[in-house]
Ligand binder design. Structure first.
Ligand code: ADP
Ligand code: MG
Length: 398
């Protein structure tokens, strides 16, 4: 893979600039969900244990290159101290003399948090001057923000090229999991792609048909594929203008030998609400005044069979409108099956996507998955086969 991790670096006594994603929700000055902070803890722990001095760089919100006091990172200090079990000092700039003074006076065993990198316009422009100013503050660069790696910003890309660079523990785990799912996976590989729309996941589908052995298409986007085959999907969510594209994907799958699995039965209802009266019908028998809100039990059984024969599963997008019962049934059943196979050591399971993570949590399956990515956009771009600038910058050129 080419990139280094913390074990490859000599951290003793070094100032380590750590790019983290601590873009957590805050209400009334208090962090309401510290998941992202806790996920950085292993990196901080290991740097401190090796005698290094962690200096945190992070963005927060979208201040668009200006100082916006409401988007200061300062209120996060107590949550960071609680998660890291170490004192955290704060400096109101991420570059320049004040930051340098804060670095120089950083006590051993303590952590320095620098102010929102996006307060400087150069951050999102990947400005070389800003990257150089940040580089002056440290000896080593460690990127632990995979979720920001799809953006070539000064703190994620430019800076990485100016100092000896490595991946942090979270970045490392993410890269290893994704590599095991799509890079050099154990085959057969099955991908489950669902969610609302084909249009948001076109590149994803295009990349997956080239790489996986089975592609399960579920959720609202399956309706577009059904429509592409001349099936009337009634009032279902469907992008009729995308049917040509859907057909192209089906044709491409034939040439690559990727087997596509579309719903053969569906759960339909007249209302998009919890507990709505519903029935299960064949996929080509959606009544004109009804909409498809979930895959049916026969489809779930076919998906289960494909999973049984697979070694690797990658999942993005729920199989149905999982937010409202009972239209979460297919997603829940498939998630539980994947979790059980993972627990039995039969299947490597990697999943990502905001709604997907919520759905897997709701199904009680997330804990048994091999890896759940919380990276959002970066995860999707990786699945689309794109090179992520923040990852590429960690890989030294030949
Ligand atoms: P992710 O955030 O994991 O990438 P998406 O945002 O693409 O996933 O898709 C999730 C959304 O798709 C959910 O809001 C879900 O209700 C919706 N969805 C899934 N199936 C259907 C369907 N048959 N009809 C309407 N919406 C659906
Ligand atoms: Mg979503």
């Amino acid at each position: 893979m080419g990139w280094k991790n913390l074990d490859d670096m000599d951290l003793g006594g070094k100032c380590v600039l750590v790019r983290v994603d601590i873009n957590v929700p805050v209400e009334d000055g208090k962090v309401t969900d510290d998941t992202r902070i806790r996920r950085v803890q292993p990196t901080i722990r290991d740097i401190l244990a090796a005698g290094g001095r962690p200096i945190l760089l992070a963005h927060f919100g979208r201040p668009k290159g200006k100082v916006v006091p409401e988007m200061s990172l300062r209120p996060l200090v107590p949550a960071l101290e609680a998660a890291f079990g170490a004192p955290v000092t704060f400096c109101a700039d991420c570059r320049g003399p004040a930051a340098q003074a804060a670095v120089d006076s950083l006590a051993e065993g303590a952590i320095l948090l620098l102010e929102n990198t996006r307060f400087h316009a150069g951050e999102e422009k990947n400005n070389a001057g800003l990257a150089a100013e940040m580089a002056e503050l440290g000896d080593i660069y460690c990127n632990d923000a995979f979720s920001a790696a799809h953006r070539a910003h000064a703190s994620t890309e430019g800076l990485a090229r100016l100092l000896p660079a490595c991946a942090g523990r979270l970045m490392q785990a993410e890269l290893e999991a994704l590599e095991s799912a799509l890079g050099q996976p154990q085959r057969p590989v099955v991908a489950v792609v669902g969610g609302a729309k084909v249009s948001t996941k076109l590149e994803l589908l295009g990349n997956l048909v080239e790489r996986v052995d089975h592609l399960v298409i579920g959720g609202g986007m399956a309706n577009t594929f059904l429509a592409a085959q001349g099936i009337d999907v009634g009032k279902s969510l469907c992008e009729h203008e995308m049917t040509g594209t859907a057909r192209e994907i089906l044709v491409k799958a034939e040439t690559t030998g990727c087997k596509i699995l579309l719903p053969s039965d569906v759960v339909v209802a007249r209302e998009f609400k919890a507990g709505a009266e519903n029935e299960t019908v064949a996929a080509d028998a959606c009544p004109a005044d009804a909409m498809i809100l979930d895959a049916g039990p026969e489809t779930v059984a076919r998906v289960a069979e494909v999973m049984e024969g697979a070694k690797t599963l990658i999942w993005n997008g729920p199989m149905g409108a999982f937010e409202i019962a009972p239209f979460d049934a297919a997603t829940n059943a498939a998630a539980k099956q994947a979790a059980a196979l993972t627990k039995a050591g039969q299947l490597i399971t990697v999943a990502g996507g905001g709604d997907t993570v919520a759905a897997l949590n709701q199904a009680g399956a997330a804990a048994d998955f091999t890896y759940i990515s919380t990276a959002g956009g970066a995860f999707l771009e990786w699945m689309e086969g794109k090179t992520l600038p923040g990852v590429a910058a960690l890989t030294p050129q030949a």
